[in-house]
Design a protein around this ligand. Sequence first.
Ligand code: ADP
Ligand code: MG
Length: 320
Amino acid sequence: MASKEMVPSRLVIAIGGNATHPEGIRGSPGEQVKVAAELAEALLPLMLLDTELIITHGNGPVVGKILLRQAIARQRVEPMSLDICVAHTQGGIAYLLMQAFENVLRAADNPRHVICLLTQVEVDPDDPAFKNPSKPIGYFYSEEEAKGLTAELGWEMREDSGRGWRHVVPSPRPKHIADISLIEVVAKSGAVVIAGGGGGVPVVRSGKRQRHGVEAVIDKDQTSALMANVLHIDDLMILTAVPRVAIHYGKPQQQELERVTLAEIKKLHAEGHFPPGSMGPKIEAAIQFLDRGGRRVMIGRLQDVMPVLCGKAGTHIVAD
Ligand code: ADP
Ligand code: MG
């Protein structure tokens, strides 16, 4: 079990989109319930502690499927804009997570509440990301299929970490999380809070505090880092599909990182070890979080959540 000083009193956890909707599944309702139950089982030891928990999650695979479904049905059903699609993913994923988390808590005779807050996140309308789509979403395709989708639907496609070709969309930086004070209030009440799903629904603000949705998917790692900074939470945990961050990833000389300082990770990032669209955003989020006063970023596998928390697994990036 975790020793007392390693267990933070407040924690932001970012769960990868691939963890809530892994590549290998077709995505039937039954499969999604099962994945959520496994995720809940993995997080249960943490939820049983009295740590304040704010959980964010990715939505890449799910929002990609919604876009594909819309593309197929577009002659019969009017497609929704990307901000509305992101809102759909927040609701759908959080519904499955809330139910699964509460089910494991109740099975353990624990009365802790789990609450989802639909979250809008403001971005800069002039963010250069709108002119350079970089966030991969949805299925992996062969190069030939990717070319067909670009020709047929106008989707911008890009190769993703040697795993195949994916649809890429603009991913502007999060600037402000709407109602973040309410996220804090609910977390302090003891409930497990699910917020900022899919990086948040991307909106811009104009005129007299008017908000409007924009076509983008914000990186949930960036939103999680911003959330932790603004709420002065010292620890950020990013759960993904690899046990540790590596240098020379996917090459024979690959080497996993256990503990690195902020200065060291900045140097490795500058050397190009962390590609955009996958590990790059996590490392950039970690750097930003530590630069702005965060204490520790843990990156590891969902199945290893307690060992990661105790420093026995995962990559730990610490302030200088
Ligand atoms: P998530 O859904 O958790 O956000 P991503 O697919 O966006 O996951 O990013 C994590 C993935 O990045 C890993 O599963 C791995 O395939 C890939 N990756 C790319 N570079 C690295 C690296 N240097 N070290 C570890 N994993 C890397
Ligand atoms: Mg990601």
